[in-house]
Design a protein around this ligand. Structure first.
Ligand code: SF4
Length: 477
């Protein structure tokens, strides 16, 4: 075989500098490279020692954190003579990064059990510090080249269920994922039933729609708003009146004009004209602004925009009837998504179709208030379980069967961080298209909840692999 220098493609690559720019001789490698080295454990694993001389045994390096906080979550490490512990790992180039980046004051970092640095004297905390420089299994530049395309989970870090799952045929794997998805679907539906017994079917639907509009960060304030809907909706009829009311009770109506965006200030003046009259009457419904989370939110997901969408649904006053008609209609599978989107589509909002937020400038082109990704979320997590359980309670088996059929036929949703990790860890693939339907995705998320969340990174005491094995080869009767 040719060496790298003789390989013309390697030469092209080097010349075009498509490779990592780090080279030996530089003082400190990039932090990203240290993270990749740790993930792939390109280390002298049997020689690892903290700066104060304690041995470090890595039973699992943890999972790359995608939601902020420490770089790796859920590592399993044995430090010195202590028993193995689960915890997080943070990587900073310099030891003083711990203070300089504010990790010492950030509660998200309180489970960090190992601070990895390139080199240097550890900070004066009890935190174990590993200077990585002394334990690489190859020179950093070589590692940079070898690992540059390695972003997914290394084979050796896959879950213990990965092997038996790989043995399943495509049909059997789908059967397994669908069974788990059905559990998830029915759990959601039964939670709705419990709520509906207290507050009625329509109110239950609205509460779950609002929750879904809260996405990950703002589920709870959205739910609180929906719970007080019978109060704050009184007397508001038009979409704008409901928007003003919703902005007021949510605590998201800004006190000050932007003084920079004319159309925003016009909107805000009109909204305040309505809200200052209503405020006393709905005071008990008002939420504190501090209850909302804005960190890391894309402008399209800003709760003010989501509330505008809900205001249109409420003003139209035909959402439930339209959902029922959609369910009663005969629809081929390939029309499910588009027809459902039509039920929830808001054609135009004078302000929000043209603005992401109050502070942003007017957009060149109008943007939809509801994107395609959220539509599947609404269908799979809210509307289909709601229709299904209502049909069951009404004794309408035919309707219930049709809802279930639509659930299993629904196309795959947008990828997310839970799915990404689960695909790699359980199914050994980073290909998002591996899961072809929303039900398969839901099934995988249910397995994570039922098994991964009750175990740890090294799959301790997880019964799932054995369950899969015995299901794969049923006992002869
Ligand atoms: S904890 Fe269980 S289900 Fe999760 S990856 Fe490990 S073996 Fe699989």
């Amino acid at each position: 075989m040719h060496s790298r220098a003789e390989n013309f493609y390697a030469v092209w690559r080097e010349h075009c500098r498509a490779v990592n720019v780090f080279r030996d001789g530089g003082s400190v490698p990039p932090e990203k490279l240290l993270q990749t080295i740790w993930l792939h454990q390109r280390l002298l694993r049997d020689r690892l020692k903290t700066a104060d001389g304690r041995s470090v045994r890595v039973l699992h390096p943890g999972f790359v954190s995608v939601a902020g906080g420490p770089d790796f979550r859920g590592a399993v490490l044995q430090i010195g003579d202590e028993p193995p512990v689960n915890g997080d790992v943070e990587i900073d180039l310099q030891p003083n990064g711990w203070h300089a980046h504010g990790h010492d004051r950030n509660p998200s970092f309180q489970n960090v059990i190992l601070h990895i640095v390139w080199d240097g004297t550890p900070i004066s905390t009890n935190l174990a510090t590993l200077p990585l420089k002394y334990f690489l299994d190859a020179p950093p530049a070589e590692l940079a080249l070898a690992l540059e395309n390695e972003s997914s989970l290394p084979e050796k870090l896959r879950g213990q269920c990965s092997a038996p799952l790989r043995e399943l045929s495509e049909e059997r794997l789908t059967e397994l994922l669908h069974a788990a998805a059905k559990v998830r679907f029915q759990n959601k539906a039964h939670a709705m039933l419990v709520r509906a017994k207290n507050s009625g079917w329509e109110q239950t639907l609205w509460e779950n729609l609002f929750r879904a509009l809260g996405y990950k960060n703002n589920i709870w304030p959205m739910l609180c708003l929906a719970e007080t809907k019978p109060q704050w909706q009184r007397g508001a009829a038009s979409a704008f009146e409901i928007q003003a009311r919703l902005l007021g009770v949510s605590g998201l109506l800004p006190d000050d004009l932007t003084r920079a965006q004319k159309s925003s200030d016009t909107f805000l003046r009109h909204a305040w004209d309505l809200w200052w009259r209503d405020r006393d009457e709905f005071e008990t419904c008002i939420l504190p602004r501090a209850g909302w989370r804005f960190h890391g939110l894309r402008p399209a997901n800003h709760p003010q925009r989501r509330l505008a969408l809900a205001a249109h649904w409420l003003a139209a006053d035909n959402l439930v009837a339209n959902i029922e008609s959609w369910c009663a209609a005969t629809l081929p599978d390939k029309k499910l998504l588009a027809s459902f989107h039509d039920v929830f589509r808001v054609e135009r909002d004078e302000f929000w179709s043209w603005h992401w937020t109050f502070k942003s400038a007017r957009l060149a082109k109008p943007q939809p208030l509801l994107g395609g990704a959220r539509v599947t979320d609404l269908a799979v997590n809210v509307v289909l379980p709601w229709l299904w359980i209502r049909a069951q309670e009404g004794g309408n088996a035919k309707f219930q069967h049709e809802v279930e059929r639509r659930f299993f036929a629904w196309p795959a949703a947008e990828d997310n961080s839970v799915l990404k990790l689960a695909r790699q860890r359980l199914l050994g693939t980073s290909n998002a298209r591996f899961l072809k339907s929303a039900a398969q995705q839901q099934g995988l998320m249910q397995i994570v909840r039922d098994f991964c969340e009750h175990s740890n990174a090294i799959c301790a005491d997880c019964r799932f692999p054995d369950l899969v094995r015995s299901w794969q080869t049923p006992a002869l009767t």
